[in-house]
Design a protein around this ligand. Structure first.
Ligand SMILES: [Zn+2]
Length: 258
């Protein structure tokens, strides 16, 4: 049963990853994510459904357009594969629970935002707000189905706490943490808060420790200057998804050292 759920969510993740590629490419360019359909960026030919199967088509066509033979960046396959793996991992960790759709929606939104932030150093509102609305709606659905409002209440409190904290960090160090990260904190807080306040605390530290370690390492290696803006959303996404996937280990360790 769990195996079927994990495989099913993995396949769903591949398809969602395919859509995320469209979001990642088009939203920062101000284009519609619906029209036109997928087309080759070189010869503009529309991509047939049989050539639009996640990962598989890219392997069959050896990373080239069927018509003009132009190379298609492996980034598309990486995003699809990564989303598939993250969806499978989330399903394995949560099992068949009412909150699973909400958490999958959160993971997908974070994957798209991390990719956009890495490339463009922005966290577009056009991705953050629809993602947040979808996750909130699905969590309300989960609370209704479980007939329990406690977790939703904790989730909302955690989201507000993260928001206030990020707002203050943004005031103190606007270059290190932009306002896009402040908006994003609502999504991170509400997702982790659903699992309990300890998850929200662990996630907050995980995200910031990842950001600090990577940032200091890049500066030390001379790959980045101290004044350069950093894609902090990437670290926030890694810290949050990491906490969802290995959270129980971290939280029981935290509970043990009280
Ligand atoms: Zn082409």
């Amino acid at each position: 049963m769990l195996a079927a759920l994990v495989v099913g969510c993995g396949l769903l993740g591949l398809a969602v990853g395919s859509f995320l590629n469209v979001v990642i490419y088009r939203v920062p360019r101000g284009e519609s994510v619906v029209r036109p359909g997928s087309h080759c960026p070189t010869c503009a030919v529309a991509i047939a459904p049989r050539d639009n199967i996640p990962v598989l088509s890219w392997i069959v066509l050896r990373g080239r357009c069927r018509r003009c033979g132009a190379a298609i960046t492996p980034r598309y396959v990486l995003v699809e594969a990564l989303t598939g793996i993250l969806f499978a991992g989330t399903a394995a960790r949560l099992g068949a629970t009412w909150a699973l759709p909400a958490v999958l929606a959160s993971v997908a939104t974070l994957a798209a935002l991390a990719a956009i932030d890495l490339e463009k150093l922005i966290l577009p509102k056009r991705v953050v707000y629809p993602g947040l609305a979808l996750v909130a709606l699905l969590l309300v659905g989960a609370a209704l189905a479980e007939r329990s409002w406690t977790r939703l209440g904790v989730a909302v409190v955690c989201a507000l706490a993260w928001y206030v904290l990020f707002f203050l960090i943004n005031l103190a160090a606007p270059r290190a943490l932009g306002f896009g990260d402040v908006r994003l904190s609502l999504l991170l807080g509400v997702t982790l808060g659903w699992f309990g306040w300890r998850y929200a605390v662990v996630g907050f530290f995980a995200a910031n420790v990842v950001g600090l370690v990577v940032g200091v390492a890049l500066i030390a290696a001379g790959r980045m200057s101290r004044r350069q803006p950093i894609p902090y959303g990437v670290f926030l996404a890694i810290g949050t998804v990491g906490t969802i996937l290995v959270g129980p280990v971290a939280v029981s360790w935290l509970a043990g050292i009280r």
